[in-house]
Write a protein that binds this ligand. Structure first.
Ligand code: MF3
Ligand code: CO
Length: 247
């Protein structure tokens, strides 16, 4: 389980602040015509300049510092030379490590000019799922409750949650226990404890829950080509609430 003792919390706080700054800066640079490869290079420069390291680089053989997932790619999008265009639904996911302490976060947004209200609704719903789950976080709360909230928000809005990937403990490792499901999982028996650090990451699909991994071994896509959306924060569990480390 991903418990970070109070004496180390300043370090993970710093990691989270850098990650929040990084994602903001990358979003500003995700304009039509730019590429995810350029964002990856920029991300690497920023992370190094802040005395941190990119958590994703070389993780399970991953060759980049960030994931950039566009439209029907939900997560783990590998940086490419394909230029962004107006209306693209872009998700940027990044991990930052400072003195051995990882944080993990993702944002989604529409590139340039939006061309469809449904994209706004997808963004709003995914963000709301994350925000409502975060509101529930405090010590002694069952992890199962978070999945229930996430799934409810998504279904109530007519969208589809992801059963294939989930959130996780984070801190000394990029991926740790407990697993934070994006749906109500009856087998999930974990209880949140004070000083645990978790990454909550709802993934929402427009018209199917089904995903597949592309031939490059990374990009996770919706099977029917529908739009997808993903937000993630790293959160420190406190006795009577929580602290969002990546904002
Ligand atoms: N950010 C992903 C997660 O939220 C992990 C990406 S690992 C990588 O769990 F190797 F694909 F980059
Ligand atoms: Co994560």
């Amino acid at each position: 389980m991903s418990v970070i003792l109070p004496k180390d919390q300043e370090k993970i706080r710093y990691s989270g602040k850098i990650l929040a700054f990084l994602l903001n800066t990358l979003k500003e640079n995700a304009y039509p015509g730019n590429t995810s490869k350029n964002l990856d290079l920029l991300a690497n420069d920023i992370i190094i300049s802040k005395n941190c390291t990119p958590s994703f680089l070389n993780y399970n053989g991953y060759k980049h510092s960030i994931c950039v997932s566009v439209n029907d790619t939900m997560i783990h999008g590998t940086p490419s030379d394909v230029p962004f265009k107006d209306g693209d639904m872009i998700s940027i996911d990044a991990g930052v490590c400072y003195q051995g302490f990882h944080t993990d976060a993702a944002i989604s947004f529409i590139c340039g000019k939006n061309d469809a209200d449904i994209k706004e609704k997808l963004l709003k719903t995914t963000k709301e799922a994350l925000d409502l789950a975060i509101k529930e976080v405090k010590s002694e709360v069952p992890v199962r409750k978070l999945g229930k909230i996430i799934e409810n928000v998504i279904m109530r809005n007519g969208f589809f949650t992801c059963y294939d990937y989930c959130g996780h403990g984070v801190g000394k490792k990029l991926h740790d226990l407990p697993l934070i499901f994006n749906y109500d999982e009856p087998e999930c028996k974990d209880i949140l404890k004070e000083n645990m650090v978790i990454a909550i990451e709802p993934m929402v699909l427009l018209s199917t829950s089904n995903t597949f991994v592309a031939k490059n071994g990374w990009d996770v896509k919706s099977t029917n080509g529908c739009l997808t959306c993903h937000f993630e924060h790293t959160i420190l569990v406190k006795k009577n609430g929580s602290e969002v480390l990546t904002s």
